[in-house]
Design a protein around this ligand. Structure first.
Ligand SMILES: CCCCCCCCCC/C=C\C/C=C/C(=O)SCCNC(=O)CCNC(=O)[C@H](O)C(C)(C)COP(=O)(O)OP(=O)(O)OC[C@H]1O[C@@H](n2cnc3c(N)ncnc32)[C@H](O)[C@@H]1OP(=O)(O)O
Ligand SMILES: Cc1cc2nc3c(=O)[nH]c(=O)nc-3n(C[C@H](O)[C@H](O)[C@H](O)COP(=O)(O)OP(=O)(O)OC[C@H]3O[C@@H](n4cnc5c(N)ncnc54)[C@H](O)[C@@H]3O)c2cc1C
Length: 670
């Protein structure tokens, strides 16, 4: 036991940089670090936030426990008079999915984004004080991705000045909204607006669904939970629900009227803001999900890295720091490094691109407030594309981390199965990842077609202005060290991205209609979108390194991580880079040489690099990822806690085992 604890301490002593400074870089600022650190410790030390029993709770117990925690969170926020920033850290570290995520993450943003000032003044104080609890009811049984295909209707009745909300078919039943099944009192419901017999398409409406007195559904409302979801714990603590309306009436002024409104006379009037602002809550949440992806991936990487340093298998006996003969740490196997270190690098890369995306979103909101809508299409493409790219990579990465931990990774107590089950739906919710990449490719094709009209591409598409150069340029790498030059890397990624996009644009012209072309070429368009999004991540990592980064050795570690992130992408997508002629086979081989050498350079720093995430053992929720590396005794201790070990002879022995054994005995005697 002592040896294992010493072992991680020895790993930490090998770090070549200041972990404390890296913690600040990871958090984003000294202030963010201090607040998050304080709240993380507060949560970890409060038995009310215990979560180690989650895997063995029944659905009902789990749900009730999540309700209890959500209420306790609210109580602590008020008792401690926490600021909005502190409150969101508290919810984050409690790490239990509940209705509050949708209330704060979608219901409130939908009101802020789509309601008029007057409507906000009425509804936001109620929502902010949790006097009403809201959900975001968009998806239906029959349609999720195709929002324009939603079937719920909101028909204006001029006589009573009301909308009649109705579910005309089974497939129009709302299906999936979080917090809807058993908790929400109100919902932002997306429905087809019909007035004067004309269908004006999907709009948002604020609808009360449960009584504020006894919590019963209001007349005409049928509501319930959609059932158990993948994995134990995970999303089963939340009540994703179904909802049907039978001619439910709401006042006209509960239509969210920032984008368009219906007058007392039933006239549909558009405002001067783009209709896409109706989807504003999705842009907001997608940007948060990118930050979530870096957190989910970094948790898994932290667990797998610490455990890989503790775990030993095979190998010629080495001498440890105390001169004792020991087997090889699995982290020293090159295959383990080539699977794990790119994930560590990705966690950092996603953190920085998430930080940048947050800035982009804040900038968008400021512009929208000044009636400048010019950056909305790019913000939509960036949030959609990066949400897709980072969640797919993080979900795959978490699964890889569990395999990197061998058999013990499959145990609930490793924390990895639940982390995977809780995160993998991020590839689907807030937009299916493929559907979102197709949105990016549509944006790219539009940008390319506008190049011919002389329109200058801006922001993340600015590189497209150099299309002629990027189509012809040749990668200059001659030796492995040349791959350490950021401008060489950037140009290779730009060349690959633009060549894939231009090839798609050219191929599209060969089809009878753009629609037919888009459909036929959609796999290629998705690849072009991935290449563009990877370029964004690469360029934001490189930009981060150009900032003033303080702290002993910190910048060098980030440079190594950035090199690993980029070179590993080249390695994984070699087909693209070679087929577009962005690099040559010889240069690809030099990239692999450089990648191997970066792994060796990173090796002695990896434990400190995961320590820099500053995750408490409570938040990690993993025996394998414990800070002290004391894995084996704790695994043994955890095993004893399983309810099956409550009795020596199991329940069911007398009914099912004993008769069997006795029967065999009788048979044997015969
Ligand atoms: C404690 C608090 C913490 C908060 C934590 C939050 C994390 C919460 C985690 C909780 C877990 C789960 C919550 C999940 C919620 C949901 O899933 S809600 C439902 C989400 N649904 C979707 O994402 C549906 C995906 N589909 C779509 O987005 C669109 O319908 C799609 C764009 C795919 C449709 O395509 P079209 O029909 O072709 O497009 P159309 O609607 O006609 O649009 C035309 C035009 O508008 C552009 N566009 C589309 N979307 C947007 C947007 N969001 N913003 C800006 N612009 C947009 C589109 O590109 C077109 O542009 P163009 O110029 O005409 O090409
Ligand atoms: C855990 C969870 C929580 C959720 N929470 C909410 C919530 O709070 N509120 C809410 O309103 N919704 C919620 N949803 C619903 C979610 O937003 C939708 O499931 C999601 O948008 C995907 O839509 P879909 O289910 O219709 O998938 P589909 O579109 O039916 O996807 C099925 C397959 O078809 C493919 N596909 C679809 N369209 C295309 C296309 N045009 N081109 C190529 N391929 C295509 C997809 O890639 C996918 O492989 C939640 C979902 C989950 C899993």
């Amino acid at each position: 036991m002592e040896r294992i604890m010493d072992h991680l301490a020895h790993e930490r002593s090998k770090a070549q940089f200041s972990v404390e400074e890296m913690k600040i870089i990871w958090a984003g600022s000294l202030h963010a670090f201090q607040v998050s650190d304080r709240i993380a410790r507060l949560v970890a030390s409060d038995p009310g936030f215990r979560k180690d029993n989650r895997a063995v709770l029944s659905r009902k117990e789990l749900f009730k426990s999540a309700l209890r925690k959500a209420a306790y969170v609210w109580k602590r926020i008020n008792e401690l008079a926490l600021s909005e920033e502190e409150a969101s850290w508290l919810r984050f570290y409690v790490d239990e999915l509940a209705y509050a995520y949708i209330h704060w993450g979608m219901f409130v943003p939908a009101i802020k984004g789509s309601a008029t000032e007057e409507q906000q003044q009425k509804w936001l104080p109620l929502a902010n004080n949790m006097q009403i609890i809201g959900t975001y009811a968009q998806t239906e049984l029959g349609h999720g991705s195709n929002v324009r295909g939603l079937e719920t209707t909101a028909t204006f009745d001029q006589e009573t000045d009301e909308f009649i909300i109705h579910s005309p078919t089974l497939t129009s039943s709302k299906w999936w909204p979080g917090g809807l099944g058993k908790v929400a009192t109100h919902a932002v419901v997306y429905a087809r607006l019909i007035t004067d017999g004309q269908d004006y398409g999907v709009h948002g409406f604020l609808v009360q669904i449960r009584s504020l007195d006894d919590h019963f559904p209001l007349p005409g409302v049928t509501v319930g939970d959609i059932g158990m979801k993948f994995g134990s714990g995970a999303f089963n603590s939340i009540d994703n629900g179904f909802l049907r309306f039978n001619h439910v009436r709401i006042p006209r002024n509960q239509m969210l009227m920032k984008v368009s409104r219906v007058t007392r006379q039933g006239k549909y009037v558009e405002s001067n803001v783009p209709k896409q602002l109706l989807y504003g809550a999705m842009v907001y949440v997608r940007q948060i999900i990118v930050a979530d992806a870096s957190i989910a991936l970094s948790r898994a990487v932290c667990i797998a890295t610490r455990y890989s340093a503790v775990r030993r298998q095979f190998g010629p006996p080495h001498e440890d720091e105390n001169g004792k003969g020991v087997e090889t740490q699995v982290i020293d196997y090159k295959t383990q490094q080539s699977r794990l270190f790119p994930l560590l690098a990705s966690a950092y890369a996603f953190r920085f691109v998430g930080e940048w995306l947050k800035w982009l979103y804040t900038d968008l909101i400021q512009k929208l407030e000044a009636n400048d809508f010019s950056t909305l299409p790019e913000a939509h493409a960036c949030t959609a594309g990066l949400k897709s790219l980072t969640t797919s990579a993080a979900a795959d990465g978490i699964k890889e981390c569990w395999k990197l931990c061998g058999g013990h990774g499959y145990l609930s107590s490793s924390g990895l199965p639940e982390l995977y089950a809780a995160f993998v739906p991020a590839c689907t919710y807030e937009g299916d990842n493929i559907v979102l990449l197709l949105q990016v490719s549509r944006f790219l094709m539009k940008t390319i077609s506008q190049l011919q009209t002389g329109k200058k591409p801006i922001g993340t598409t600015a590189y497209m202005a150099h299309v002629e150069h990027l189509i012809q340029c040749r990668c200059t790498v001659q030796k492995a060290e040349d791959w350490l030059n950021p401008s060489v890397i950037l140009e290779a990624f730009e060349a690959r991205a633009i060549r894939l996009s231009v090839a798609c644009a050219e191929n599209l012209t060969k089809f009878a209609t753009p629609l037919q072309g888009f459909s036929e070429l959609s796999p290629d368009l998705v690849e072009a979108a991935v290449a563009h999004c990877q370029l964004i991540v690469v360029s934001k990592f490189i930009e981060k390194l150009q900032q003033n980064i303080e702290g002993n050795g910190v910048k060098q570690q980030l440079e190594t991580l950035c090199n690993i992130y980029c070179l590993n992408l080249i390695h994984k997508h070699l087909g693209d880079f070679l087929s577009t002629g962005s690099i040559s086979p010889k240069q690809a081989s030099l990239a692999s040489d450089q990648l191997r050498s970066r792994y060796s350079k990173l090796r002695s720093n990896v434990i400190a690099l995961v320590d820099a995430f500053n995750y408490t053992d409570h938040f990690l929720g993993s025996v394998l990822g414990r800070y002290d590396g004391n894995v084996y005794p704790k695994l043994y201790e955890e095993a004893w806690k399983d309810p099956l070990n409550d009795s020596i002879v199991p329940d069911g022995y007398h009914e099912y085992i004993q008769p069997l054994l006795k029967q065999q005995l009788q048979n044997a005697r015969l």
